[in-house]
Design a protein around this ligand. Sequence first.
Ligand code: ZN
Length: 292
Amino acid sequence: MVDLIGNMVESIEEETGRIPDAISVVIAGAVDARRGIIRSSPNLFGGTEIEFSKMLEERLGKIVYIENDATATAISEKIFGNGKSQDNFLYITMSTGIGGGVFINNRIYRGSLGMAGEFGHMVIDPLGPVCGCGRRGCFEIMAGGKGTLRIAEAMNTYAKSPYLKKIPPEKLEARHVFDGAEAGDKECIRVIDKVVENMTRGVANLVNIFDPEAIMIGGGLSNSKELVVDGIAERLQEELKTMKRNVEIFRTNQITVELSPLAVVLYEKEMPSFNYERIIREMRQKIAEKTK
Ligand SMILES: [Zn+2]
């Protein structure tokens, strides 16, 4: 994988004639960004520890940044997105699993091993189904993509839903259940209702722990903005009504996700040749033009 990325960088340099000052890599997995170490990334490197930054720096002779994808998107929300004016916020990604990033007192919070923000393995139902981590009723088995498919199965939705019947069983993904609900399929709506209820329960726990000003929701399932983002915002009011919270809920923009490797470099302010303020100002202008 290190060789593959090294080759990619070299071929981009050849094609464009432009030589980058730094390389920033964002991956799904447990990353210790301060030490440049990948602790485990089951889909890319397996469970072994890798001194990723050191290896790629030796190969390319440039500074290399490595960061977990959800943490990187939280940083990108701070620099380019909805977090610009927030000191305390959470980024929650809802796709197959659930992950996240934490901003506290205007700084990213990585934890002692760089593994903070693993919201997906917070238990929200101790009697719930067994999660991949071995515990029962984790947030992501109750509410993420995995949770959605599991709930649909338990409700026998595949057999009953006219919308899902049109999709070959082997191609069925969680987003189809969301699409079905958006198209008005009553069986899919029942499933999504339950999923959003579970999502809100997890989000309410996080709000109680972190007391954030805002929550940004991203990941594939957040594409159903009305169902997911607006649905959680609505239920959260009810869930926390005795706690007097006033939390803004945003959906993370796709551009913010795409710019997350750049955001990681800009956040650290370690490149002597960079005019940080100018780069950030120009990028924000470009984003504003693109999202008009
Ligand atoms: Zn778990």
